[in-house]
Design a protein around this ligand. Structure first.
Ligand code: PHE
Length: 356
């Protein structure tokens, strides 16, 4: 009987050490301690041993059962630990991994330039004005001194709208004469000058950023681009005011060391007219490949508002004078970021825009 007890215990120990889960442990418990389990069987068989042997053997069987129960408990705990380890492994966190940063966008370089320009002029006392992108020929050309067949119309490759499929006309009193009823995509922001002067009396100090359209496409021209128009009309305004304002603007936008200069030019709606150059921000005006050695870059067109334009909107040109200028915002943004192809600004490739 003693051998049998030892054999059973050894067998049970082996079985429990190989148990993988609760079910296998339970199966072992039933096998040894169940109603017809082998250890339980030993206890029953005590009845048939000689009475003198019974206490000693009885104690051995009781001890064996107690040992088996200890083994059971150890096996249960070891499985519990294994389950816990598995669980911890599954939920493992690598606290040394770098965090996920939130990617932040930024304003498009053209919008940034536009906001900056508007801010600079707001501080100089200008108000933002607005006009439609679908514009009457009357305001885009006619009242700015481009009569029909005027050669200066060739300066701008206009997108005319098909008269048969005209969209709703822009706000503002519609023209009455035939040719002027033509609608087009505005070729510059200068029609806003006309609209502003028709709508209010001097003094007028406005800044008007917006989209303009010309049938043109190469590295420095896109069919849609942005301009900003500036108009200041009031009694006693001279070219010196224009020069000072332009200089203040250039220094505020490009930096305090920037110089400006005027060169004679022609626009039908200004007299005299000028092209405005700034000293090249990159070479500091010394001359380099990008400015073709001159040290200067042309950035905008300007001039004193033509007296005919003033008379056309009902002002007295003997009393009221003013200046206006128009600049390409995209070109200003290009200069600022040292870009050589305007079209990259509008392709909206995030990999490119992110660098600006
Ligand atoms: N509208 C002109 C252009 O687009 C620029 C300009 C504006 C010139 C105002 C003089 C005064 O070329």
């Amino acid at each position: 009987m003693i051998d049998r007890i030892d054999a059973l215990l050894a067998e049970a120990r082996q079985e429990l050490s190989g148990a993988r889960d609760e079910q296998q442990i339970e199966a072992a418990r039933v096998k040894y301690l169940g109603k017809s389990g082998s250890l339980s069987g030993l206890r029953k068989s005590l009845g048939s041993v000689p009475a003198a042997e019974r206490p000693r053997l009885g104690k051995l069987v009781t001890d064996a059962i107690a040992q088996f129960e200890t083994l059971l408990e150890e096996a249960r705990q070891s499985i519990g630990r294994r389950e816990m380890d598995k669980e911890l492994n599954r939920e493992k966190l690598d606290v040394t991994l770098p965090g996920r940063t939130r990617r932040r966008g930024h304003r498009h370089p053209v919008s940034q330039a536009m906001d900056d320009i508007v801010g600079i002029f707001a501080r100089l006392g200008f108000h933002v004005a607005d006009g439609p992108e679908i514009e009457w020929d009357l305001y885009n050309f006619e009242m700015l001194g481009f009569p029909p067949d005027h050669p200066a119309r060739d300066m701008q490759d206009t997108f005319f709208l098909d008269p048969g499929s005209q969209p709703p006309p822009p706000p503002g009193s519609p023209p009455t004469k035939g040719a002027m009823q033509q609608l087009l995509l505005r070729t510059h922001t200068s029609p806003v000058q006309v609209r502003a002067m028709l709508a209010q009396k001097p003094p007028i100090r406005i800044i008007c950023p917006g989209k303009v359209y010309r049938s043109d496409s190469d590295p420095t021209h896109t069919p849609m681009f942005h301009q900003v128009e500036c108009l200041h009309v009031e009694e006693g305004i001279s070219m010196a005011h224009m020069r000072g304002t332009l200089d203040a603007f250039a220094k505020a936008f490009f930096g305090p060391t920037i110089q400006t200069r005027l060169r004679p030019s022609y626009f039908p709606f200004t007299e005299p007219s000028a092209e405005v150059d700034i000293s090249h921000p990159l070479c500091g005006g010394k001359g380099c490949k990008l400015c073709k050695g001159s040290g200067w870059l042309e950035v905008l067109g300007a001039g004193m508002v033509n007296p005919d334009v003033l008379a056309g909107v009902g002002y007295d040109p003997e009393r009221i004078t003013g200046y206006a200028f128009g600049a390409g915002i995209d070109r200003l943004a290009m200069l600022r970021h040292d870009l050589d192809d305007l079209r990259t600004l509008f392709e909206n490739d995030v990999r490119f825009l992110e660098q600006l």
